[in-house]
Design a protein. Structure first.
Length: 294
């Protein structure tokens, strides 16, 4: 068990004072048996006229922030305290009918899982399939756990991380062509590959603990993180982080789950002004253990 502290600051800068519109924030972690939210605070500058909380269609906590003023800057600061229980090794307790792949989800689960099995990107030239053929023989029965571990490792070992500040994700075909991408690109690649093999998979956004960034001082830089979950009968939604080769929840703090990445954007909003008024956005994310600050 570990107590993680997260400080997430996002600052928007404008050339002149602009009229601020509604912003939507996903930063409050999901409570579960393996992570318990102890405390969460949100400070916004300038002061909003209203902050309204709701649950979206996936059960994520979403803050809708309204403003009644003009400003040349906008700052969101979230401070989070989480009790986290790590799963240090994969524990694939798989039901008999799903121990080997390929398999079919049972009738009572299949309708609810169907949206997560459906492919998101078109791939008319089957780039994804041809890549899978380099390390998996499709149609051959293999251990389900082995298939998923092999897929996770193929991305972790075969692609280079390339930080990109532009919003959105690359298509799997682009990631395969470039052989590099961001954490969200790798999560999408694994999701689409798993779906092509008949698995239900979903996108996760949140934070990752990096021991090298721990210590008594809050560091600048950092970013949110993205990975995926795959539904395994008998084990439920199992977490895979193909960026770091992690299986299970070790060092991962879940904030939001979604069918596709565009449904789990950490922060977005609007303003009234000219396009050239926007000077940029700065993001600082720091995750540390409570022990490092004591």
């Amino acid at each position: 068990m570990a107590i993680f502290l997260v400080r997430h600051i996002t600052t928007y800068r404008y050339r002149r004072a602009v009229r601020l519109g509604r912003h939507q924030l996903m930063a409050r972690p999901r409570d579960s048996f393996d992570q318990r939210l102890i405390d969460f605070s949100l400070n916004v500058t300038p002061e909003p006229s209203e902050v309204r909380w709701l649950h979206d269609v996936f059960g994520n906590c979403v803050a809708q922030v309204e403003f009644g003023c003009d400003s040349d800057n906008l700052r969101f600061e979230c401070v989070i305290k989480v009790d986290h229980t790590p799963e240090n090794a994969p524990d694939f307790r798989i039901e008999d009918h799903a121990k080997d792949h390929p398999f079919a989800y049972q009738a009572e689960e299949a309708p609810d899982l169907a949206p997560y099995v459906q492919r998101w990107f078109s791939d008319p030239e089957d780039h994804l399939g041809r890549w899978l053929d380099t390390f998996l023989v499709r149609g051959t029965r293999r251990s389900t756990g082995q298939v998923l571990m092999t897929l996770n490792e193929a991305i972790s070992d075969g692609f280079a991380y390339d930080r990109r500040t532009a919003p959105g994700t690359q298509s799997p075909s682009t990631t395969l062509e470039r052989r590099k991408g961001t954490c969200r690109d790798f999560a999408v690649l694994m999701i689409e590959a798993a779906r092509s093999l008949g698995f239900a998979a979903r996108f996760i956004t949140g934070y990752i603990y990096v021991p090298d960034r721990d210590g008594p001082v809050w560091l600048g830089g950092g970013a949110t993180h993205a990975w995926c979950q795959i539904y395994v009968p008998g084990s439920g939604w199992v977490e895979f982080d193909p960026t770091n080769g992690i299986v299970g929840n070790r060092d991962l703090i879940r904030v939001a789950v979604a069918r596709v990445p565009s449904q789990a954007i950490p922060l977005f909003g609007t303003y009234w002004g000219a396009r050239e008024d926007e000077l940029g956005m700065d993001v600082d994310v720091n995750v540390k253990t409570a022990a490092a600050l004591s």
